[in-house]
Design a protein around this ligand. Structure first.
Ligand SMILES: [Zn+2]
Length: 159
């Protein structure tokens, strides 16, 4: 008997874990997960979007519109990529970032400075927004490769 046929590919595996990480998010509108992987296919870190440590997610706002800036989630939420990068307790030079949504300009700056050299993503729903146009501009200038993984079949069922 040969080996099992329908095991997860590495890309499916890491994006499935990124998707599971996103499921930890308390954000009612957007859930994003990230996984950082080294050249040996070892997971170094995971992250999802949420408030920083000590910031009570029952008290701080989750609203994304209809309020003053300080009453919205934006000043407070740490993106999945930020959380994965700062949670990694090792050098991230030449690692890959798997993220369920294409990274914004702020996370792209962090990823570049952390030494991440490849980005895999699934969704790109804000492609034409300024945070994502400028993100691509930086990634292209820095020579960081980004690749959409669009046809991965990811199925996670939580009972
Ligand atoms: Zn971001």
């Amino acid at each position: 008997m040969g080996k099992r046929e329908n095991y997860l590919s590495w890309k499916q595996y890491f994006m499935t874990i990124a998707t599971a990480s996103a499921m930890r998010s308390k954000d009612p509108n957007t859930q994003v997960g990230a996984v950082i992987v080294n050249g040996l296919n070892q997971i170094l870190s995971t992250g999802y979007n949420g408030f920083p440590r000590g910031i009570d997610d029952d008290i701080f706002p989750w609203a994304n519109s209809d309020g003053e800036w300080a009453e919205l989630k934006y000043p407070y939420v740490a993106h999945a990529e930020l959380n994965a990068i700062v949670s990694a307790k090792t050098d991230l030079t030449n690692t890959s970032l798997y993220v369920t949504l294409f990274p914004c300009n702020e996370c792209t700056k962090l990823a570049i400075q952390a030494g991440i050299s490849k980005i895999y993503y699934m969704e790109d729903k804000y492609h034409n927004d300024k945070e994502f146009v400028t993100s691509r501009k930086m990634l292209d200038a820095a020579g960081i490769v980004y690749e959409a993984l669009l046809d991965l079949e990811i199925n996670i069922e939580v009972k």
